[in-house]
Design a protein around this ligand. Structure first.
Ligand SMILES: [Mg+2]
Length: 352
């Protein structure tokens, strides 16, 4: 039988910061946009569980987080450092199986089918991986185990924080069917809303839905929704594509703080990156905008989205990232647009 684990780091960016400053563990700590005393734009990227107890969560506007906890520790993204920690974690995971796949900076699939014979051994192995990540990378994580990527991911969600959960093949339908429809892996906020309007409250409701009705509403995505809600997910754990990222950069002739000029360049760079993505038949997961200011200080701003091969999404996300993060009082010297988390588009049969 196939056994897949999803290893997902708990509150990753803040957990990385806590290594540098252990005292943050006891304080509400938030990594994200600059709150600018409540006037800041942009969002919370990650926060620790102390902050979550106060009602703060990721993707919340940073200004709301500031209102809820003005004394919290607000930290900017240190992306190069998080990437190093992520590589360290991935290196540990690779010691346990040759079939591994990085989903995002803090999420990894591993296929351990050939390493274990039963559920008990799967749990023991998950414990070993988890404790090596804890002791060597000094980071907490949760592990979900099942026979499909879909259920491994959803088991992991329910194991959080700092847990391990195994959902066997026989119990996987009971496990997912009782959950709200919005928790189906691959269903975003908009799809959730549409499904609820159609009267589907739980994943079980969706599983019993008429497939023609779903196709009428969602086209081919309707078939995926039908399959996923019935626990059908043949996707294998696939090694990541050898190209790590694709990026384009542009240096302005004269430093500028003109939004329209900068956004025009971002659109052009996004289109160039998008062309390369579609030429190479890749899908991407993360869009990053690099802003280098006149004082040569460089900031990277990233957002992960559902894997997609659509190049328009690059432009949209890049412009949003720019608007949310640009420092208004400084002129920009150079900008860059990068996509990462690349995969072969054709191999992703069930594309979320
Ligand atoms: Mg995570």
């Amino acid at each position: 039988m196939r056994t897949i684990m999803l290893i997902d780091m708990d509150y990753f960016f803040v957990a990385c910061e806590e290594i540098k400053r252990p005292e943050l563990k006891d304080r509400p700590t938030i990594v994200g946009a600059d709150p600018k005393e409540g006037r800041g734009r942009g969002v919370v990227m990650t926060c620790n569980y102390v902050a979550r107890k106060l009602g703060i969560h990721s993707a919340m506007p940073i200004s709301s987080a500031y209102r809820m906890a003005p004394d919290a520790e607000f930290l900017p993204m240190d992306y190069p450092y998080y990437e190093r920690k992520s590589n360290e974690v991935f290196g540990i995971i690779k010691d346990f199986s040759e079939k591994t796949e990085q989903v995002s900076i803090d999420e990894f699939f591993i296929d351990v089918s050939s390493k274990i014979d039963n559920n008990k051994e799967a749990l023991l192995l998950a414990g070993k991986i988890k404790s090596r990540i804890n002791s060597e990378a000094r980071l907490p994580c949760s592990v979900g185990i099942s026979d499909t990527k879909l259920v491994a991911k959803m088991a992991c969600e329910s194991a959080k924080p700092d847990g391990i959960k195994l959902v066997g093949k026989e119990e996987s339908l009971n496990f997912i069917w009782q959950l709200p429809v919005g928790e189906l892996y691959g269903v975003g906020a908009k799809t959730k809303e549409r499904l609820e309007k159609m009267g589907y409250r739980t994943i079980g409701d969706l599983a019993k839905a008429n497939i023609m009705l779903l196709m009428k509403e969602f086209d081919s995505f309707g078939i995926e929704l039908h399959d996923l809600s019935n626990g059908i997910d043949p996707r294998e754990v696939v090694e990541n594509y050898e190209v790590k990222s694709i990026s384009k950069e542009y240096t302005f002739d004269r430093d500028t703080s003109k939004d329209e000029e900068i956004i025009k360049s971002i659109r052009k760079l996004s289109a160039d990156v998008g062309k390369e993505i579609s030429d190479k038949r890749l899908s991407y997961r993360t869009v990053t905008v690099k802003l280098r200011y006149m004082d040569f200080i460089e900031h990277l701003h990233s957002r992960s989205i559902r894997p997609t091969g659509k190049s328009e999404e690059i432009e949209k996300t890049a412009v949003e990232l720019y608007r949310e993060n640009v420092e208004k009082n400084k002129k920009v010297r150079k900008i860059g647009v990068r996509v990462s988390g690349l995969q072969d588009y054709k191999n992703q049969k069930l594309l979320f």
